[in-house]
Design a protein around this ligand. Structure first.
Ligand SMILES: N[C@@H](CCC(=O)N[C@@H](CS)C(=O)NCC(=O)O)C(=O)O
Length: 230
C-alpha cells in the first residue's frame, strides 16, 4: 500500500490529513499540488478544484479521493487504530459536528475572511488587507472564539477524553489564523490558548505545522494592540 496525500502545506485541510496519518504512525508520500492555475487533469481528480486529494495504490493508479472529510473517514475505516473518531455514539455525533463546524464556519471566516486577505496579496507582492482582516477579527471571529472557548470549558479535548477529528479540524484552522499574526487573547479565551498549546505538543500536529510556519515566516503580519482585548 502506498498512500499519497496531494496538496500544499499552507492548507489546513491538507495538514488535517497529515496529522491523522502521523497519529496512526503510517508512512505516506506527499505530492505538492496547487489548486491555483491547475490544469484540466486536476479538475478530473477534484471537481471542486480543491486540495487535499488522496491516492491509494491499493485501488490502482486512477483512484483518487478529494475532500478532507471523505479522506479522513476513508482512512479511519482503512487504518482503524489508533481511532480518531469516538466509539461512543453520542461523542461520535459531536465529533462530526465539530469537524463540520471547523471545515465550513471556521474555514470561511478564518480562511477566506482573514488568512487570504493577509497572505494572498503578499504572494503577488502586494500589500496585505489588514483593515479588512481586522474587521472580520473584530466581528465574526469573536463569536467563533466564544463558542470554542465554551466548548472546551473543563475539558482537555473537544469531545470525550481523547484527541479526535474534532480537535484536529479545529486546531488546523486556528493554526492558519496564527500564520496571519493573530492569536486569540489568552486572557479572554484561556481554554483556546491551553488547547492550542496541548495540540502543539503532539508530534503528529507539530511536524506539518512547523513546515507551514516556515512557509509564511517572511510575510507581514497583523499586529494587535493588547489593550483591544482580542
Ligand atoms: N471541503 C474541502 C475544502 C478544501 C479547501 O477549501 N481547500 C482549499 C485550500 S485550503 C482549496 O483548495 N482552495 C482552492 C480555491 O479556493 O480555489 C475539504 O475539506 O477538503
Amino acid at each position: 500500500m502506498t498512500l499519497t496525500v496531494c496538496g500544499l502545506i499552507g492548507s489546513p485541510f491538507f495538514r488535517k490529513i497529515l496529522t491523522q496519518l502521523n497519529e496512526k504512525g503510517v508512512a505516506y508520500d506527499v505530492e505538492n499540488v496547487s489548486p491555483f492555475g491547475a490544469d484540466e487533469n486536476f479538475t478530473k481528480m477534484s471537481p471542486a478544484r480543491r486540495i487535499p486529494l488522496l491516492k491509494d495504490s491499493d485501488h490502482g493508479d486512477d483512484w483518487v479521493l478529494p475532500d478532507s472529510t471523505a479522506i479522513f473517514h476513508y482512512l479511519e475505516k482503512k487504518i482503524s487504530e489508533p481511532a480518531l473518531v469516538p466509539s461512543d455514539l453520542a461523542d461520535y455525533g459531536r465529533a462530526l459536528w465539530f469537524e463540520e463546524y471547523a471545515d465550513t464556519e471556521m474555514a470561511s471566516t478564518i480562511g477566506l475572511g482573514i488568512f487570504r486577505k493577509i497572505v494572498f496579496p503578499q504572494m503577488q507582492k502586494k500589500a496585505p488587507d489588514i483593515d479588512g482582516a481586522m474587521e472580520v477579527i473584530r466581528g465574526k471571529l469573536i463569536g467563533i472564539n466564544d463558542y470554542i472557548e465554551q466548548s472546551l470549558e473543563g475539558r482537555e479535548w473537544l469531545v470525550g477524553d481523547s484527541f479526535s477529528v474534532a480537535d484536529i479540524s479545529v486546531a488546523v484552522q486556528y493554526a492558519n489564523l496564527s500564520f496571519t499574526g493573530y492569536v486569540p487573547s489568552a486572557e479572554r479565551w484561556p481554554n483556546i490558548s491551553a488547547f492550542m498549546r496541548r495540540v502543539g505538543e503532539r508530534d503528529s500536529f507539530a511536524g506539518p505545522h512547523v513546515k507551514a510556519v516556515g512557509a509564511f515566516a517572511n510575510m507581514q503580519k497583523i499586529e494587535i494592540d493588547p489593550a483591544e482585548g482580542l
